[in-house]
Design a protein around this ligand. Structure first.
Ligand code: GNR
Ligand code: NI
Length: 167
């Protein structure tokens, strides 16, 4: 097991569009277990491969209280979305910043599991938010992209300053 380095906004590598996983291999399963360890350690409720600078379509989520219900989605596809909800979002790649966004209230997704088997799931509330947030990462999109230019610019300056001071 290993902890992976999480990229921070405004790193350009977060803008990479991830490619589909061709075939789920042991290499992917090792990466996924390291992604889960990294997510739990952070701590966070989700992590997309993009955030750890691996550009294939993989994401992990665990919104359970006990942190014992990992969900792994490989090549996720949004089949349906419905409704609207407001949610205070944060992101491990934009540390310390929380903003209210609108997301669909319910989603239905299709994906592969770690064995490479196809499955579908329905999600609502926080889990639906998290799935949409992680799927955005695979497209190179961050939650700050939904904010005004002014807010986004302020967040960029703040994080650039923090990153300078951390060196
Ligand atoms: O840990 C996380 N919490 C969170 C809270 C509200 C909405 C989305 C998230 S996802 C985030 C982890 C992360 O950055 N995943 O990409
Ligand atoms: Ni995120």
């Amino acid at each position: 097991m290993a902890l992976l380095n999480i990229l921070h906004f405004p790193d350009d590598r977060l803008r990479t569009k991830a490619k589909p996983v061709d075939k789920v291999t042991d290499k992917h399963r090792t990466l996924i277990s390291n992604m889960l360890e990294t997510m739990y350690d952070a701590p966070g409720i989700g992590l997309a491969a993009t955030q750890i600078n691996f550009h294939e379509r993989i994401l992990v989520i665990d919104i359970s209280e006990e942190k014992n219900e990992p969900i792994v989605l490989i090549n996720p596809e949004l089949l349906e979305k419905e409704g609207d909800q407001e949610f205070d979002e944060g992101c491990l790649s934009v540390p310390g910043i929380y903003e209210t966004l609108h997301r669909a209230e319910k989603v239905r997704v299709k994906a592969l599991n770690q064995k490479g088997e196809s499955f579908e799931m329905d999600a609502h509330g926080l889990l639906a938010v998290c799935i949409q947030h992680e799927m955005d990462h695979l497209e190179g999109k961050l939650f700050v992209d939904y904010l005004s230019q002014l807010k986004k610019q302020r967040i960029r300056k703040k994080l650039e300053k923090q990153q300078r001071n951390a060196m």
